[in-house]
Design a protein around this ligand. Sequence first.
Ligand code: PMV
Length: 322
Amino acid sequence: MVLASARANIALVKYWGKRDLALNLPAAGSLSLTLDALRTETKVELIEGSEDRFFLDGQQQNGKAQKRVSDFVSLLRKRAGRKEAVRVDSSNNFPTAAGLASSASAFAALSVAASQAFELQLSPEELSIYARIGSGSAARSIFGGYALMSAGEKADGSDAFAKALPEIDLPLSAAICLAGEGQKHVGSTEGMERTRTTSPYYQAWIEQVHKDLAFAQEALRQKDISALAEIVEGNCLAMHANAMSARPGIIYFKAVTLWAIEQVRQMRSEGIPVFFTIDAGPHVVAFCAPEVLEKVSSRLSEHPEVSRVVTSQMGGPAQVEA
Ligand code: PMV
């Protein structure tokens, strides 16, 4: 039995669009921060029989979820030349599929646990490639702190993996403002494909991502939070504008999302170092200097439609626990 853990990450420069659907190859790079508070623990056990079994938060999963996990485990099983079936037990300490990057920590933890269960010795780059096949953003959750994902150019995806950016020394905390706990209505793969195939602004978005990646890394190196705020908020709004301009348009925001955006900008105008980003859901993630986290979190709690605010420090890499 192997137990592994991984943490979700939130992108500062977003991944939204694939160059290959089957291998989950991104059309452009992305840049993220791994968060300590959003954690998946995954246990992989070799079992008798020929069917893989998958339990999420203690509930046995069938159908699509079971197949996705089993197909993924089969890649590692094949690579190791093994035959055994597995039982996978995974648990999240945050709402699954609510637009909070649960697939990122899930596939990062599963890559680490399953490769170890089959006695494979994989490098972090190889783990990142496998995690990416499970879910694009999972490639980044193999690493702690800041991670940079490369789109790569090769058709087989062997150059599409993330790496850590240990030289960046800017501690940031996050206040995740949960706008309800339900499941999101358009999943990220469907949303990306609809955007790629129907948005008139898709190419402009991809070109902007290339620029934002360079600008964001420079701002991080300079520890320039105001420059970073402009780049990260601009990139997030461009991603959502792109999704909204698909046909039919995809709107992840709720009224409370706009309220939270306004609060963050208001705080920044008061001199509080804070900025926002939003994934494929209604929740606003406010990144801030660690010393203002409490203040940011309590401001974002002041709306009746905010179900809770989860606070987090930066998190470490995916790892074997036992
Ligand atoms: O990993 P996926 O396929 O769920 O895609 C993640 C997409 C965003 O969270 C919206 C952006 C990102 O870079 O994480």
